[in-house]
Design a protein around this ligand. Structure first.
Ligand SMILES: [Zn+2]
Length: 266
Protein backbone atom coordinates (compact mmCIF):
# COMPACT_ATOMS: atom_id res chain seq x y z
CA UNK A 1 0.00 0.00 0.00
CA UNK A 2 1.36 3.39 -1.04
CA UNK A 3 0.53 6.94 -0.02
CA UNK A 4 0.00 9.85 -2.41
CA UNK A 5 3.77 10.36 -2.76
CA UNK A 6 4.38 6.73 -3.58
CA UNK A 7 5.97 5.96 -0.22
CA UNK A 8 5.06 2.67 1.42
CA UNK A 9 2.55 2.88 4.25
CA UNK A 10 3.69 0.66 7.05
CA UNK A 11 1.87 2.10 10.04
CA UNK A 12 -1.09 -0.06 11.07
CA UNK A 13 -2.91 3.02 12.31
CA UNK A 14 -2.52 5.06 9.10
CA UNK A 15 -5.92 6.27 7.88
CA UNK A 16 -5.46 4.47 4.56
CA UNK A 17 -5.38 1.17 6.45
CA UNK A 18 -8.27 2.02 8.70
CA UNK A 19 -10.54 3.15 5.88
CA UNK A 20 -11.90 0.04 4.15
CA UNK A 21 -13.47 2.00 1.26
CA UNK A 22 -10.78 2.07 -1.37
CA UNK A 23 -10.66 1.50 -5.10
CA UNK A 24 -13.79 3.14 -6.60
CA UNK A 25 -15.33 3.22 -3.20
CA UNK A 26 -15.48 -0.57 -2.94
CA UNK A 27 -15.14 -2.13 0.45
CA UNK A 28 -11.76 -3.78 0.87
CA UNK A 29 -11.68 -6.79 3.13
CA UNK A 30 -8.25 -6.72 4.75
CA UNK A 31 -8.40 -10.34 5.93
CA UNK A 32 -9.26 -12.01 2.62
CA UNK A 33 -7.76 -9.41 0.29
CA UNK A 34 -11.02 -9.24 -1.70
CA UNK A 35 -13.09 -6.24 -2.64
CA UNK A 36 -16.76 -6.42 -1.80
CA UNK A 37 -18.82 -4.74 -4.54
CA UNK A 38 -22.50 -4.84 -3.76
CA UNK A 39 -23.41 -8.42 -4.58
CA UNK A 40 -20.01 -9.82 -5.44
CA UNK A 41 -16.44 -10.22 -4.29
CA UNK A 42 -13.58 -9.22 -6.52
CA UNK A 43 -10.18 -10.80 -6.21
CA UNK A 44 -7.57 -8.23 -7.29
CA UNK A 45 -4.83 -10.87 -7.45
CA UNK A 46 -6.37 -13.01 -10.20
CA UNK A 47 -8.50 -10.13 -11.52
CA UNK A 48 -11.72 -12.13 -11.34
CA UNK A 49 -15.08 -12.05 -9.66
CA UNK A 50 -15.53 -14.77 -7.08
CA UNK A 51 -19.26 -15.11 -7.68
CA UNK A 52 -21.38 -15.12 -10.80
CA UNK A 53 -23.44 -12.05 -11.39
CA UNK A 54 -26.99 -12.47 -10.10
CA UNK A 55 -28.16 -10.86 -13.32
CA UNK A 56 -26.92 -13.10 -16.07
CA UNK A 57 -29.37 -12.63 -18.95
CA UNK A 58 -28.19 -9.92 -21.31
CA UNK A 59 -30.21 -10.51 -24.46
CA UNK A 60 -33.72 -9.62 -23.33
CA UNK A 61 -33.57 -5.86 -23.21
CA UNK A 62 -35.37 -4.43 -20.25
CA UNK A 63 -36.63 -7.81 -19.03
CA UNK A 64 -33.10 -9.14 -19.19
CA UNK A 65 -32.33 -7.65 -15.82
CA UNK A 66 -34.23 -10.52 -14.35
CA UNK A 67 -33.10 -11.80 -10.97
CA UNK A 68 -35.01 -15.05 -11.46
CA UNK A 69 -32.88 -15.87 -14.48
CA UNK A 70 -30.18 -17.08 -12.11
CA UNK A 71 -32.54 -19.76 -10.84
CA UNK A 72 -33.40 -21.15 -14.25
CA UNK A 73 -31.98 -24.53 -13.43
CA UNK A 74 -34.37 -24.93 -10.56
CA UNK A 75 -37.57 -26.78 -11.35
CA UNK A 76 -40.66 -24.68 -11.25
CA UNK A 77 -42.69 -25.59 -8.23
CA UNK A 78 -46.14 -26.67 -9.25
CA UNK A 79 -47.59 -25.22 -6.08
CA UNK A 80 -46.05 -21.80 -6.66
CA UNK A 81 -48.84 -19.58 -7.94
CA UNK A 82 -47.21 -16.25 -7.37
CA UNK A 83 -43.48 -16.41 -8.06
CA UNK A 84 -43.61 -15.92 -11.81
CA UNK A 85 -45.00 -13.50 -14.30
CA UNK A 86 -44.88 -12.68 -18.02
CA UNK A 87 -41.30 -12.23 -19.18
CA UNK A 88 -39.77 -14.87 -16.97
CA UNK A 89 -37.84 -17.59 -18.70
CA UNK A 90 -38.65 -21.27 -18.75
CA UNK A 91 -36.75 -24.29 -20.01
CA UNK A 92 -39.68 -25.66 -22.00
CA UNK A 93 -42.48 -24.15 -24.06
CA UNK A 94 -45.09 -25.99 -22.00
CA UNK A 95 -43.67 -24.59 -18.75
CA UNK A 96 -44.37 -21.10 -20.11
CA UNK A 97 -47.91 -22.26 -21.00
CA UNK A 98 -48.44 -23.63 -17.49
CA UNK A 99 -47.29 -20.35 -15.99
CA UNK A 100 -49.57 -18.41 -18.34
CA UNK A 101 -52.50 -20.56 -17.12
CA UNK A 102 -51.58 -19.94 -13.49
CA UNK A 103 -51.26 -16.24 -14.14
CA UNK A 104 -54.43 -15.69 -16.20
CA UNK A 105 -57.00 -18.44 -15.68
CA UNK A 106 -58.37 -16.99 -12.42
CA UNK A 107 -58.99 -13.54 -13.87
CA UNK A 108 -60.35 -15.10 -17.06
CA UNK A 109 -62.88 -17.08 -14.99
CA UNK A 110 -63.84 -14.25 -12.65
CA UNK A 111 -64.34 -11.77 -15.50
CA UNK A 112 -65.69 -14.41 -17.91
CA UNK A 113 -63.39 -13.07 -20.62
CA UNK A 114 -60.90 -14.89 -22.78
CA UNK A 115 -57.22 -14.01 -22.59
CA UNK A 116 -54.47 -14.82 -25.08
CA UNK A 117 -50.71 -14.42 -25.02
CA UNK A 118 -47.78 -15.28 -27.23
CA UNK A 119 -45.27 -17.86 -26.13
CA UNK A 120 -41.91 -16.94 -27.56
CA UNK A 121 -38.44 -18.38 -27.65
CA UNK A 122 -35.40 -16.54 -26.43
CA UNK A 123 -31.77 -17.25 -27.21
CA UNK A 124 -29.73 -16.43 -24.18
CA UNK A 125 -26.65 -17.54 -22.31
CA UNK A 126 -26.19 -19.56 -19.19
CA UNK A 127 -23.07 -18.71 -17.26
CA UNK A 128 -21.20 -21.23 -15.23
CA UNK A 129 -17.95 -21.49 -13.38
CA UNK A 130 -15.28 -23.81 -14.62
CA UNK A 131 -11.55 -24.19 -14.19
CA UNK A 132 -9.00 -23.03 -16.72
CA UNK A 133 -5.53 -24.51 -16.42
CA UNK A 134 -2.56 -22.26 -16.96
CA UNK A 135 1.03 -23.44 -17.15
CA UNK A 136 3.65 -21.11 -15.73
CA UNK A 137 7.38 -21.43 -16.25
CA UNK A 138 9.74 -20.20 -13.56
CA UNK A 139 13.41 -19.76 -14.40
CA UNK A 140 16.04 -18.89 -11.82
CA UNK A 141 19.41 -17.15 -12.36
CA UNK A 142 21.10 -20.50 -13.13
CA UNK A 143 18.66 -21.18 -15.94
CA UNK A 144 16.90 -23.96 -14.01
CA UNK A 145 13.29 -24.21 -15.13
CA UNK A 146 10.29 -25.26 -13.16
CA UNK A 147 6.78 -25.77 -14.52
CA UNK A 148 3.74 -25.13 -12.45
CA UNK A 149 0.15 -25.82 -13.48
CA UNK A 150 -2.19 -23.28 -11.98
CA UNK A 151 -5.97 -23.77 -11.87
CA UNK A 152 -7.86 -20.51 -12.30
CA UNK A 153 -11.60 -20.08 -11.86
CA UNK A 154 -13.12 -19.12 -15.20
CA UNK A 155 -16.61 -17.86 -15.97
CA UNK A 156 -17.75 -19.64 -19.13
CA UNK A 157 -21.07 -19.51 -20.97
CA UNK A 158 -23.21 -21.60 -23.28
CA UNK A 159 -26.05 -20.56 -25.58
CA UNK A 160 -29.45 -21.93 -24.59
CA UNK A 161 -33.02 -21.54 -25.83
CA UNK A 162 -35.57 -20.49 -23.22
CA UNK A 163 -39.29 -19.79 -23.42
CA UNK A 164 -41.41 -16.99 -22.10
CA UNK A 165 -44.81 -15.42 -22.69
CA UNK A 166 -45.97 -11.86 -23.16
CA UNK A 167 -48.56 -9.84 -21.33
CA UNK A 168 -51.91 -11.24 -22.44
CA UNK A 169 -54.52 -9.43 -24.48
CA UNK A 170 -58.04 -9.46 -23.13
CA UNK A 171 -60.80 -10.64 -25.44
CA UNK A 172 -64.53 -10.91 -25.15
CA UNK A 173 -66.69 -13.58 -23.65
CA UNK A 174 -66.03 -16.68 -25.78
CA UNK A 175 -63.71 -14.87 -28.16
CA UNK A 176 -60.18 -13.58 -28.37
CA UNK A 177 -58.21 -12.93 -31.56
CA UNK A 178 -54.51 -13.76 -31.24
CA UNK A 179 -53.74 -13.13 -34.95
CA UNK A 180 -51.34 -10.33 -34.10
CA UNK A 181 -48.94 -12.85 -32.55
CA UNK A 182 -48.49 -14.73 -35.83
CA UNK A 183 -46.33 -12.04 -37.42
CA UNK A 184 -43.32 -12.66 -35.23
CA UNK A 185 -41.40 -15.88 -35.94
CA UNK A 186 -40.09 -15.90 -32.38
CA UNK A 187 -43.64 -16.60 -31.24
CA UNK A 188 -43.71 -20.39 -31.24
CA UNK A 189 -47.13 -20.91 -29.66
CA UNK A 190 -50.26 -19.12 -28.48
CA UNK A 191 -51.80 -19.70 -25.08
CA UNK A 192 -55.38 -18.73 -24.33
CA UNK A 193 -58.18 -19.16 -21.82
CA UNK A 194 -61.92 -19.79 -22.24
CA UNK A 195 -63.41 -17.66 -19.47
CA UNK A 196 -65.89 -19.06 -16.95
CA UNK A 197 -67.87 -22.30 -17.09
CA UNK A 198 -70.96 -22.11 -19.25
CA UNK A 199 -73.00 -25.25 -19.82
CA UNK A 200 -74.28 -24.06 -23.17
CA UNK A 201 -70.82 -23.73 -24.72
CA UNK A 202 -67.79 -25.91 -25.37
CA UNK A 203 -65.75 -23.98 -22.85
CA UNK A 204 -63.93 -27.03 -21.49
CA UNK A 205 -62.54 -28.29 -24.79
CA UNK A 206 -60.49 -27.00 -27.69
CA UNK A 207 -63.07 -25.46 -29.98
CA UNK A 208 -63.31 -26.18 -33.67
CA UNK A 209 -62.17 -22.61 -34.29
CA UNK A 210 -59.11 -23.22 -32.08
CA UNK A 211 -58.04 -26.25 -34.10
CA UNK A 212 -58.63 -24.50 -37.43
CA UNK A 213 -56.57 -21.54 -36.27
CA UNK A 214 -53.74 -23.87 -35.20
CA UNK A 215 -53.83 -25.64 -38.57
CA UNK A 216 -53.22 -22.41 -40.45
CA UNK A 217 -56.76 -21.15 -41.13
CA UNK A 218 -55.79 -17.69 -39.96
CA UNK A 219 -54.87 -14.29 -41.29
CA UNK A 220 -51.22 -15.26 -41.85
CA UNK A 221 -51.87 -18.85 -43.02
CA UNK A 222 -49.42 -19.99 -40.40
CA UNK A 223 -49.58 -23.24 -38.46
CA UNK A 224 -48.94 -22.74 -34.77
CA UNK A 225 -49.17 -24.64 -31.50
CA UNK A 226 -52.17 -23.62 -29.37
CA UNK A 227 -52.51 -24.01 -25.62
CA UNK A 228 -55.84 -23.73 -23.88
CA UNK A 229 -56.54 -23.33 -20.16
CA UNK A 230 -60.15 -24.35 -19.49
CA UNK A 231 -62.48 -23.39 -16.62
CA UNK A 232 -62.29 -27.02 -15.45
CA UNK A 233 -58.57 -26.49 -14.81
CA UNK A 234 -57.25 -28.52 -17.74
CA UNK A 235 -54.40 -27.34 -19.92
CA UNK A 236 -54.64 -28.59 -23.50
CA UNK A 237 -52.10 -28.42 -26.26
CA UNK A 238 -52.96 -28.63 -29.93
CA UNK A 239 -49.87 -29.25 -32.03
CA UNK A 240 -50.64 -29.14 -35.79
CA UNK A 241 -47.13 -30.42 -36.55
CA UNK A 242 -48.16 -33.85 -35.21
CA UNK A 243 -51.21 -34.40 -37.46
CA UNK A 244 -51.84 -37.98 -36.32
CA UNK A 245 -52.33 -36.94 -32.67
CA UNK A 246 -52.31 -33.15 -32.36
CA UNK A 247 -54.21 -32.92 -29.09
CA UNK A 248 -52.78 -33.64 -25.64
CA UNK A 249 -53.27 -32.58 -22.05
CA UNK A 250 -50.50 -31.29 -19.85
CA UNK A 251 -50.40 -32.51 -16.29
CA UNK A 252 -50.36 -29.48 -14.04
CA UNK A 253 -52.24 -27.72 -11.30
CA UNK A 254 -53.91 -24.54 -12.55
CA UNK A 255 -56.81 -22.40 -11.28
CA UNK A 256 -60.34 -23.62 -12.13
CA UNK A 257 -63.94 -22.46 -11.92
CA UNK A 258 -65.66 -23.72 -8.73
CA UNK A 259 -68.94 -23.86 -10.67
CA UNK A 260 -67.57 -26.18 -13.32
CA UNK A 261 -68.87 -29.74 -12.74
CA UNK A 262 -65.76 -31.09 -14.56
CA UNK A 263 -63.40 -29.27 -12.22
CA UNK A 264 -61.40 -31.42 -9.79
CA UNK A 265 -62.97 -32.40 -6.45
CA UNK A 266 -62.54 -29.68 -3.90
ZN1 LIG B 1 -60.33 -21.35 -27.70
Amino acid sequence: MKDADGAAITSETHVARLNPYRYRGYYYDEETGFYYCGSRYYDPIVCRWLNADGRVCFSLGITGANLFAYCLNNPISKSDYTGYKPGDLFDKEEDAAIDFAKEYNSVSISEDREYAANIYKVKTYEYFWTIRLQSIVFENANGDRRFVIKALPYLDRREVTKYSYGVAIKGKREHVDPSRFLKDDNNVAIAHTHGAYNESTECDILSFADTLFAKGKNKYKREIVIYLATPSGTLYRFNPFIPQSPESTITCDIPFDENDPYAPEH
